[in-house]
Design a protein. Structure first.
Length: 238
């Protein structure tokens, strides 16, 4: 049975001091390759150095990547650059990128391809809004977003189901809602597709989420900023 992923997304939080404090606490727990941290760009090199010093198996990721490989794209960071400083994975298509920065599935498709070309493991996010769910079109939205992965070998990526109405709101989808959508995603792509759940996952609900059939891990937001709470989540993972 495959181990479940636990991926911490720090979003735009943190400082040098917090990185040092949290990562060192995580290192003492001896976490394995199924656990990853996606930290802001300025802290990637520092985090990698801490992991290397401890010879840790914990993986390192970024929260976004440029769709272009190289060139005059001021402010952007390429997949090759991320790999060069030690990243192994990258989050693509997060609901906050779509909502606040106008990213489309077409843009996400180019970013997935760029990540793969750069040797990174993309964690591709999909999810519906509350209005879309209430209108009965959640599956249609997810199916459209999943077209990004058409033709990509299942072993090269993971999908994170993050209903936007549950991201940062404190609301967690019910086990039935999670199981239904994870089954739909696997049925649309491939039964072997690794599908993670994200959306207000915390220490006190992670066990329930991770026990749902078809959940291959969790993408953790705010709770990843606390070493104690993140470790609680990691202990619940298979």
């Amino acid at each position: 049975m495959l181990r479940q992923y636990v991926i911490g997304n720090w979003k735009m939080h943190g400082s040098v001091g917090q990185i040092r404090s949290v990562v060192r606490e995580l290192l003492r727990a001896g976490l394995g390759t199924n656990v990853a941290l996606c930290v802001p760009y300025p802290y990637i090199a520092l985090t990698k150095s801490l992991l290397m010093e401890a010879e840790s198996a914990l993986q390192l990721g970024a929260q976004d990547v440029c769709e272009y490989h190289i060139g005059a794209y001021t402010g952007e960071v390429s997949a090759a650059m991320l790999a060069d400083v030690g990243c192994e994975m990258v989050i693509v298509g997060h609901s906050e990128r779509r909502r606040y920065f106008g990213e489309s599935s077409e843009t996400a498709a180019r970013k997935v391809r760029a990540a793969l070309d750069g040797g990174l493991f993309p964690v591709y996010c999909v999810g519906e809004t509350l209005e879309q769910r209430q209108s009965g079109i959640a599956r249609d939205i997810i199916a459209e977003e999943l077209q990004v992965l058409a033709g990509v070998p299942t072993s090269l990526y993971a999908v994170a189901y993050e209903p936007s109405w549950a991201v940062g709101t404190g609301v967690v989808a019910t086990p039935e809602q999670i199981a239904e959508m994870h089954a739909f995603i696997k049925g649309t792509l491939d039964a072997r597709t690794r599908v993670l759940y994200g959306g207000s996952v915390k220490g006190d609900n992670a066990g329930q989420v991770l026990a749902v059939d078809g959940v291959d891990g969790v993408l953790v937001g705010g709770a990843a900023l606390s070493a104690a709470e993140f470790l609680d989540i990691c202990r619940e993972a298979r």
